[in-house]
Design a protein around this ligand. Structure first.
Ligand code: SF4
Length: 249
């Protein structure tokens, strides 16, 4: 099985971590986002322990331009469910000053998006890794609630991430994703070998193929057995993976 080296979005030109931390404790996070934060041992104790906290000194950081599908990933190392509202309002104030740059917020509790008025240059995303409930891998809201809460969010720009993909029921998951009208969907397998219940390759191929009929599908970390079977005529983009630069956090 060929997998790539990072589990980040290659459309992300910058991880802008003005807020950091999360208490959902997803198993696969310990080896990815939380592991990255261990590098901050000598800079910030709260980053090291992934305790939700604010870094106001990063609010005025220089932020790169974005083009096409690119975005600046706001609060990538955490979930804004655990942020104080006043912190996120300050982040949104800065975002409103930069209407020509695109920003991305992702939460496993999309209900929290109701607390804010997001400008049009913001993409909102949630993770729907399956339609099945796998209670033991995370303390995040169960998948059904994520779906309904995300549906209720009145924002024109939505993204769904099916990563790390877990075994699913094809027709149900297809219907769920369709009902959210996402402008794009990211699909990827677990890069960290966390022992998740993954779907058979053929099922993933079937899902990607059908998603490509109604939205833009962006492929992340897929086994070669999946990549090789995807039909050429399906509208999807394979992302060139890269290792992100964390300097300057
Ligand atoms: S919700 Fe996101 S940030 Fe929080 S533990 Fe899970 S993967 Fe990590």
């Amino acid at each position: 099985m060929t997998k790539t080296k990072s589990n980040m979005y290659s459309d992300s030109v910058k991880q802008w971590n003005v807020f950091v931390g999360c208490e959902y404790d997803c198993h696969y996070c310990r080896k990815s986002f939380q592991a990255q934060m261990k590098r901050q041992k000598h800079n910030c104790d709260d980053c090291y322990t992934y305790t939700p906290h604010f870094h106001p000194e990063r609010l005025r950081q220089s932020l790169p331009k974005t083009t096409g599908d690119e975005f600046i990933w706001a609060c990538s190392s955490g979930d804004i469910t655990f942020a104080k509202k006043e912190w996120i309002e300050q982040i949104l104030d800065r975002i409103r000053e930069l209407p020509f740059k695109t920003f991305f917020f992702q939460s496993k509790n999309p209900k929290c998006f109701r607390d804010y008025k997001f400008p049009k240059n913001v993409l909102l995303g949630t993770t729907i890794e399956s339609n099945r409930i796998y209670k033991t891998i995370s303390k995040a809201p169960i998948i059904n609630n994520r779906l309904w809460d995300f549906k209720d969010i009145k924002h024109p720009r939505k993204v769904v991430t099916i990563e790390p993909i877990m075994d699913f029921d094809y027709w149900t998951l297809r219907r769920w994703i369709y009902s959210l009208h996402p402008e794009r969907v990211y699909v990827g397998y677990d890069t960290k070998k966390s022992g998740l219940e993954e779907p058979p390759f053929s099922k993933t191929v079937q899902l990607i193929t059908t998603l490509g009929n109604f939205t833009k599908v962006k492929l992340k970390y897929l086994p070669i057995e999946v990549l090789d079977r995807l039909p050429k005529m399906v509208k999807y983009e394979k992302i060139d993976n890269k290792i992100e630069d964390y300097s300057g956090w």
